[in-house]
Design a protein around this ligand. Structure first.
Ligand code: ZN
Length: 444
């Protein structure tokens, strides 16, 4: 023991000075932090990005999400009063005005329409080029023919298999569910159509076969992962029911009738576990929405990322790659410790919109100081409306994350935690390498 410690110490003495100015971390950044930041930012801007989570598409495209956002209260930065969106429109489209008044906004809508015609299927690829995004996830109900498959890889939604019964009780819970649940039913019908089913099979084994075949066929169509947004519809605490219980509930209610809340939960808990097990078998990573969400009734307690600990730490799923979309926000401090498990990763998307860089920097800093190889970049770009499109949210996501990343790393360098070379390695990991390594050559 002592000998090893000695050896390590002498190694540190030999190599230390070249790595770090001082081998003892300090609690405050020095006066050089601003300079380091200015040096890092242009280097970070040159790193080609892999966007691990986004919803590219036009605002009138119904296939973007398997659900819709009900009217709710948006955080300050996500409101259309955010002046940064004007900067985004200037940077991407040469927007000539300094406000987004309705008559000026018309210019932007028109400009986008012209460019869509001009660029055709290259429209969104050009946006990626402008932001140095090499490739990005398109988390969509279905892929769009106007997205170039070389630049956009599909992640489909897997929740709908958990809602095959009469959903009257589920829908009646609140106004948000009145929007969400019928869309799950619609998604399920899309999969049934894809698999040539006019109605759901009467027996449970055949239902599970239908579920598996859908996953396999989506994978054949190019999907690289399945995504759950279940936190919008129910708690993410999943029990571990027996197959017999799930079968009994399925075979009773697939033909009609409304299951009790407990019965529906039991069935869903089994299906969720079945889906992630299939994710392991098919090497199809599992993305799970793990943060706050819009709407008036989104349940923060029910969607707390820690609810999933029993799943993420279950050795039966050790062959499943889990990506915790949105990094558990606002439980991002807890979330990074879930990523201690070798098959669990965090995606930072959406967090960079909900927070300003001054605070998002602190989230990234803590993550980088804990498990830097387990964190991945995403934008959560989404077409909010005609004026505030996926285009502007790509811009805001990329700019916010780059500046926050440069600031976090500058502090870490200045405080003697990492060398500049290590910091840039971490930046490349976060913006590109960590995520790309999860998909066995399918993305780059
Ligand atoms: Zn999203």
């Amino acid at each position: 023991m002592r000998q090893t410690a000695c050896w390590c110490l002498s190694l540190l003495l030999i190599c230390g000075p070249s790595l770090l100015a001082s081998a003892q971390a300090r609690p405050l950044p020095g006066p050089d932090v601003q300079q380091i930041y200015q040096r890092l930012l242009p280097l970070i801007e040159k790193i080609p990005i892999f966007d691990h989570h986004a919803h590219p598409g036009y605002s009138d495209d119904a296939d973007i999400d398997a659900m819709a956002a009900p009217p709710g209260v948006y955080a300050l930065r996500l409101r259309d009063t955010n002046p940064e969106l004007i900067t985004a429109a200037k940077a991407l489209f040469g927007y000539p005005y300094d406000d987004l008044s309705p008559e000026h906004a018309k210019w932007l809508v028109q400009k986008k329409a012209e460019l869509k015609k001009q660029r055709g299927p290259a429209y969104f690829s050009v946006i990626l080029d402008q932001l140095n995004i090499e490739q990005g996830v398109a988390n969509r109900a279905l892929m769009a023919d106007y997205l170039d498959p070389k630049r956009f890889v599909w992640v489909f939604f897997a929740d709908s298999f958990m809602w095959p019964f009469d959903n009257q009780r589920e829908t009646a819970r609140n106004q948000d569910e009145q929007v969400y649940i019928p869309l799950q039913k619609k998604m399920l019908h899309t999969w049934m159509q894809q698999e040539g089913l006019s109605r759901l099979p009467a027996d449970f084994a055949a239902y599970l076969t239908f579920v598996s075949r859908t996953l396999e066929d989506n994978q054949k169509k190019g999907a690289i992962a399945m995504k759950f947004e279940v936190a919008y519809f129910r708690s993410t605490k999943f029990s571990d029911p027996s197959r017999e219980d799930a079968q009994d509930i399925y075979e009773r209610f697939v033909v009609g009738g409304i299951p009790s809340t407990d019965e529906y939960r039991t069935f869903q808990d089994f299906i969720f576990r079945y889906l992630i097990r299939e994710g392991g078998r098919l090497h199809l990573p599992v993305h799970i929405h793990s943060a706050v969400g819009p709407g008036d009734y989104f349940n923060l307690t029910g969607s707390n990322i820690m609810n999933l600990e029993n799943i993420l730490r279950d050795p039966r799923y050790s062959n499943v790659t889990f990506v915790m979309i949105h990094g558990g926000f606002p439980y991002d401090r807890q979330a990074i410790w879930l990523a201690a498990a070798k098959n669990v990763y965090l995606d930072s998307s959406e967090t960079e919109f909900l927070l300003y860089p001054s605070e998002f920097k602190n989230v990234l800093k803590l993550w980088l100081e804990t498990f830097p190889e387990k964190i991945t970049f995403g934008t959560d770009a989404f077409p909010y409306n005609d004026v505030l499109g996926a285009e502007e949210s790509y811009w805001l996501g990329v700019q916010s994350s780059r500046t926050s990343l440069a600031a976090a790393l500058a502090e870490m360098i200045s405080m003697g935690e990492v060398s500049e070379a290590q910091a840039l390695q971490m930046a490349r990991g976060y913006l590109h390498d960590n995520a790309v390594a999860l998909y066995a050559g399918k993305v780059h």
